[in-house]
Design a protein. Structure first.
Length: 312
């Protein structure tokens, strides 16, 4: 247990896994919210619980994630350098640029969603004119927002991909795997918030749509994991050693029980075996959503720690 969390080749530890989880939730929730706005809710999106949750959680998780990252830097007080001096050859610097653009557009997108409410609360002519101007570009903001959210989702994988000396992390499937698992965590968070904080019906249009996404995302995640490890095993050399090391011992048990068992096999089995009445039971949905969030965090912990155990 001690050597699983403390070894000579370890560079990034568990706070980075929390950071990766938070960014994945923000990215995934925005993607889901845009799909809901454009194809399911159409009108009155501002009154939907999932949309409300997204407008709070999406910016909050990014801010919290960046705070974690800042305090994890060797010299935390110099973090502002990254926000001012950009280096196009640094994946970290490119990430900071993406975060800044993402947050700026996210604020405009939220203003467009709540245009009527903002005008009612702040009864100033110039504010109303500005809000109406932003709201005119709502469709364009949706497109830009989903594009930026996808970029943010894959960026978390590219961040680890940049650690070229670690064969398991230097894997081109990693960005897609993190995007898919980020969507899984977003589905779980959206269901939890919709049911627990906004008291939505389990049969509401938004929750019914999100509920349908669960199985396809789990299957996609399973497929990407299979490709991820098959590529390593057939890559030979240190790649094969990295895969073998990751799939046995403490982190092997974490993968087989936490990722495959808890995150993939259990949800698939329950989806196939449970009746529709149970599947749309509030307690069942809340429990499965909590399990989904835990499994995504376990996956990030596994990739982060097991990925740093073998160097090229």
């Amino acid at each position: 247990m001690n050597t699983a969390f403390h070894f000579d080749t370890l560079v990034w530890d568990w706070p980075i896994a929390v950071y990766l989880l938070l960014i994945g939730i923000s990215s995934g929730m925005v993607i889901i919210a845009v799909l809901l706005k454009r194809h399911i809710l159409v009108a009155n999106a501002a009154d939907d619980g999932v949309i409300k949750a997204t407008t709070i959680i999406a910016p909050l998780t990014v801010i919290l994630g960046l705070v974690i990252l800042i305090f994890h830097l060797a010299r935390s007080w110099t973090f502002w350098y990254l926000m001012v001096f950009y280096n196009p050859h640094s994946i970290m610097s490119l990430g900071v640029m993406l975060f800044q653009i993402y947050m700026a557009v996210l604020i405009l997108w939220i203003i467009a969603i709540y245009q009527a409410k903002i005008s009612d609360i702040i009864n100033l002519a110039w504010v109303s004119r500005l809000v109406r101007l932003i709201a005119k570009g709502e469709r364009g903001l949706d497109i830009i927002m989903i594009f930026l959210a996808v970029l943010l989702g894959v960026y978390t994988g590219f961040l680890l991909l940049a650690l070229k000396s670690y064969p398991l992390l230097n894997n081109p499937v990693l960005p897609l795997l993190f995007l898919a698992s980020g969507l899984t965590s977003a589905v779980a968070m959206a269901i939890l918030c919709g049911l627990m904080f906004y008291k939505q019906s389990v049969h509401s249009p938004s929750l019914a749509f999100i509920h349908k996404l669960e199985l396809p995302l789990i299957i996609m995640e399973f497929g990407l994991l299979a490709v991820f490890f098959i590529g390593l095993i057939f890559g030979g050399g240190q790649k094969e050693v990295a895969a073998a090391t990751a799939l046995r011992g403490f982190w092997g048990a974490v993968f087989w029980l936490g990722v495959m068992g808890l995150g993939i096999l259990l949800p698939i089995a329950l989806k196939l075996l449970c009746s529709e009445r149970i599947k749309f039971n509030k307690a069942y949905l809340v429990t499965m959503s909590a399990i989904g969030l835990c499994s995504v965090f376990i996956l990030r912990m596994f990739i982060l720690y097991a990925g740093q155990m073998v160097m090229a």
